[in-house]
Design a protein around this ligand. Sequence first.
Ligand SMILES: *Cc1c(COP(=O)(O)O)cnc(C)c1O
Length: 402
Amino acid sequence: MTNLTQTDTSSAVMDTYKRFPLTLTKGKASFVWDDQGQKYLDYTSGIATLNLGHIPDQVHAKVTEQLSQLWHCSNLFEIPAQQALAEKLKEVSCFDQAFFCNSGAEANEAAIKLAKKYAKDQGNSERVEIVSFSGSFHGRTGTTMAATAQEKIHQGFSPITPGFRYLPYNDLTSVPKINNGKTTAVVLELIQGEGGVRPAKLDWVKAIANECRENDMLLIIDEVQTGMGRTGTLFAYEQYGIEPDIITLAKGLGSGFPVGSMLAKEHAAKSFQPGTHGSTFGGNPLAMTAALATLETMLDNNCDLFKNVKNNSTRIFSELSSWKKDLPNMIDVRGQGYLIGIQFDGEVTGIITSLREHHVLALVAGPDVLRILPPLTTSKKEIDQFLTILHDILKAQLEEGS
Ligand SMILES: *Cc1c(COP(=O)(O)O)cnc(C)c1O
């Protein structure tokens, strides 16, 4: 048997990631240092995870305190930090209850299970399908991979978990196809992160929200990447004037501590009871302390942090867009807040390498999209440095090419 791609078996670690040739040993705020002592501006933020930058002081203080109190006790005991975090999330959202787990995929698994159970509890046992959209990314577990409507993610893993139906993203004309009598829920990202930084259109999202409300289907918004301030509001759904039934969170929730959550409105949440779902580690005291401190820090000073993101990102987007006239290989600038995608007319790995040589770290979102994920706390000065370096690289590339 041969593999589709060359597998590196020289390492004892399974070859599931193509890694940058860089070993990071230290991080603080917007910067990381490698094992050679070189400093880099980190605009990957651990893939949209370190929304407060590396080792934020308030989170560090709370986690350090908790480290000498209690790490783990399981959900068979009361966990005050879990209660406090759930209360806080309820206060700042349209949701009534939270479930805690350890990752984005697990949060989506919880949402998918809840949607199925909800249909049964409503007496709609024929409703077993969930609709998702082309280009989505919902995780790597068996079921969330099936929810992910991307052929390349499914490849090699058949039979894929049944129960998902895929429709085109941002296509108003296919909204009436969502409800086929067997649909219990719809899951979507308001900006497809891994799928190329693609924002959902307002009228499409509103039409889906209506369709869900009128037909008693649950609207699940996957905010694993867009949540926790990434788009300039605590949650991206706030900018769409909708109230989903369920959202899922993970990446930015714990400042790098692994933690995920599903938030739901009461009518849906009540389908989970003791014994229907659970997690050994989910919601443990350390994770909850990290997440609670992260959320409290974000809400400090009347959410000044989000106002800064909005103001700075307006400037970043207008600056980037203004480059298009001189840089013909730049096709599109997309996103919201600090979830920024620049599409080029070819592969962007060369740009990523050049940026790294200039001590700036950035990501891809598909082969031709450069994804920039600054920490929400990045300074105006760092933004300016980044823009100058990127512009110089793109100019130089253009001159080499011509
Ligand atoms: C990253 C991501 C996931 C998966 O999260 P994991 O923590 O890697 O399981 C799910 N949905 C979206 C939108 C993501 O960006």
